[in-house]
Design a protein around this ligand. Structure first.
Ligand SMILES: CC(C)(COP(=O)(O)OP(=O)(O)OC[C@H]1O[C@@H](n2cnc3c(N)ncnc32)[C@H](O)[C@@H]1OP(=O)(O)O)[C@@H](O)C(=O)NCCC(=O)NCCS
Length: 204
């Protein structure tokens, strides 16, 4: 499958899945402030994935925990991270989501998530105002948990030159998850890694 990626436009709101957007105005606001609202992946005319992005704010708290709207942008449990400058946080990955928020699981595992990540990295390399990309990453990458959380395992980030800057015990996943095999996910439920890419430009 040939995948092409491009940043989300305001006119995409509601046309592609827009679960984590409250309005077209919010898309416009993020695009203006961050330089990009989210990255979209297309197979032909069909949108097959979205990678949500939010500027890192050490004070940001997602009230809903991991079942809230933007849990991946909440780094409270890992602070202080000692980062200075502007960073974009990566997640959720919504591969295979349709505009009605139903999911086409046949699209999982076909490289769409990786294509979205690579498109964001390419975009970032052209942005002088952004100092890096950061993300939570699962310790082992249990597939059930990846699917539940819409996240990538740390190995994918490692392959794309991210480095681990902290590993933390995070109680949120264990608290929120009730419907996946706890044995397979044991390590990931207790630990998360914080991955950072600031290639060519050391963290300030
Ligand atoms: C988890 C997810 C981001 C992975 O993206 P993907 O396009 O399916 O994966 P890719 O083919 O790019 O592979 C990347 C990694 O994902 C993992 N992966 C592969 N197939 C997978 C599958 N069927 N399900 C979950 N993860 C898978 C692998 O660890 C792979 O790493 P590897 O290349 O080292 O083996 C994607 O499946 C997804 O978004 N699923 C839906 C998640 C969701 O909706 N969650 C609700 C959140 S609110």
């Amino acid at each position: 499958m040939e995948i092409r990626c491009r940043p989300m436009r305001v006119s995409d709101y509601g046309v592609v899945e827009s679960e984590h957007w409250t309005s077209a105005d919010q898309v416009a606001e993020y695009a203006e402030h961050q330089g990009i609202a989210s990255m979209l992946a297309f197979a032909g005319q069909r949108c097959v994935g979205q990678l949500y992005l939010q500027e890192y704010d050490p004070a940001f708290i997602e009230p809903g925990g991991w079942i809230g709207h933007r849990p991946w942008a909440n780094f409270q449990v890992a602070e202080p991270l000692g980062l200075h400058g502007r960073y974009l946080t990566l997640g959720c990955y919504h591969v295979g989501w349709r505009p009605d928020n139903s999911k086409d699981e046949s699209l999982w595992g076909q490289g769409i998530g990786t294509a979205l990540l690579e498109a964001v990295i390419e975009w970032y390399r052209g942005q002088a105002a952004i100092d890096g990309l950061m993300s939570w990453a699962l310790v082992t990458g249990c597939k059930g948990l990846l699917q539940w959380a819409g996240q990538m395992p740390y190995t994918v980030y490692q392959r794309h030159d991210f480095r681990e800057i902290k590993r933390v015990t995070d109680p949120r996943l264990a608290e929120d998850i009730t419907d996946i095999d706890p044995e397979g996910a044991k390590e990931d439920l207790a630990l998360l890694r914080v991955m950072l890419l600031s290639a060519g430009r050391p963290a300030r």
